[in-house]
Design a protein around this ligand. Structure first.
Ligand code: NAP
Length: 308
């Protein structure tokens, strides 16, 4: 068992920013990360909207820089998968296979996981042409024909990125208008390698050892057609990684953690930051800002405990 002032769960921009602020506040802090620090930055090819980088910056580079900054301030980052938490007492308990961590304050920065479309063939062919990460797998599709499902910023931005490799990218979108921001839409509309299948959903992915065809259904006239593709990128948003909380903090119906403007959950001393939190804009810059606010709130909470 290890006792600290603050436990940060998750090492994306929210968790690392919280770590930087917590270390500058001289809080004895540990950051627990399941995989590797960086979170979704690690699977983001290029970041164009994080202030301070007028030419843009690689997502993994930005992640490494944030990690280096946090470690440089003395943040302890441990590889640990949190299995459960107990926030019922003043000393909160975070349980991992590597042991328990106790602290008066916890910052939940667990991010979100890519959604699946849930059609036949998707699970069986994941890793065999079905992908959830353009940055990770795009280069496997050099000179191939591929599809992207989704109409948000990720789907549209990544479709443009995928044209660096693929001969043709078909965006499959369930409506007749994209959700993505206008500047990204313009890039897609002006890219000769991108086609858009409007009002369409994928109903089946087939292929014996790797993806070969998709069945598309037009949701307006219910007609179906089969298109040959070498790969399909499912980029339809994310779900929050909050299952392990098991009713310990208040969540909204979609599973996002509800906080006040100081990032505090319904449990005093427990904060949430970044994509796992209910909010209107999930971006690296807002995740980093959440982390900073949460760490400062945790510092104030610990100070108030000392005054009691
Ligand atoms: P998103 O904004 O939630 O968009 C998800 C897209 O997938 C929507 O077009 C949605 O369709 C579609 N979709 C959802 N469920 C579906 C299903 N079961 N079947 C078919 N289509 C489905 O998710 P995101 O694009 O991953 O973006 C997540 C967050 O990151 C957003 O806040 C976004 O702004 C941010 N982001 C920003 C940038 C940037 O600023 N450059 C880049 C990437 C991501 P509908 O439109 O019909 O709902």
């Amino acid at each position: 068992m290890k006792s600290v002032d603050t436990i940060i769960i998750g090492g994306g921009p929210a968790g690392l920013s919280a770590g930087i602020y917590a270390m500058r506040s001289r809080l004895n802090t540990v950051l627990l990360e399941k995989y590797m620090p960086g979170g979704q930055m690690v699977i983001t090819d290029f970041v164009e909207n994080y202030p301070g980088f007028p030419q843009g910056v690689g997502g993994p580079d930005l992640g490494l820089a944030m990690e280096a900054q946090a470690r440089g301030l003395g943040l302890e980052i441990l590889s640990a998968d949190v299995t459960s938490v107990d926030f019922t007492a003043e000393q909160k308990i975070v349980v991992t296979p590597e042991g328990e961590f106790h602290a008066p304050t916890v910052i939940l920065a667990t991010g979100a996981t890519p959604r699946r479309i849930g059609v036949p063939g998707e699970d069986r062919l994941t890793g065999k042409g079905v992908s959830y990460c353009a940055t990770c797998d795009g280069a496997f599709f050099r000179d191939k024909e591929i599809a992207v499902v989704g109409g948000g910023n990720t789907a549209v931005q990544d479709s443009v990125f995928l044209t660096r490799f693929a001969d043709k990218v078909t965006i499959i979108h369930r409506r007749d208008a994209l959700r993505a921001t206008k500047i990204l839409q313009e890039r897609a509309f002006n890219n000769p390698k991108i086609e858009i299948a409007w009002n369409s959903v994928v109903t089946e992915i087939t292929g014996e050892h790797k993806v070969q065809t998709l069945t598309l259904k037009n949701v307006q006239d219910q007609t179906e057609k089969v298109i040959p593709v070498d790969g399909i990128f499912v980029l339809i948003g994310t779900d929050p990684n909050t299952g392990f909380l098991r009713w310990m903090v208040a969540l909204d119906p979609a599973g996002y953690i509800i906080t006040d403007e100081d990032m505090q959950t319904n449990i005093p001393g427990v904060y949430a930051a970044g994509d796992c939190r209910r909010k209107s804009l999930r971006q690296m810059v807002t995740a980093a800002a959440d982390g900073a606010i949460a760490a400062v709130a945790a510092e104030h909470y610990i100070e108030a405990l000392g005054d009691r």
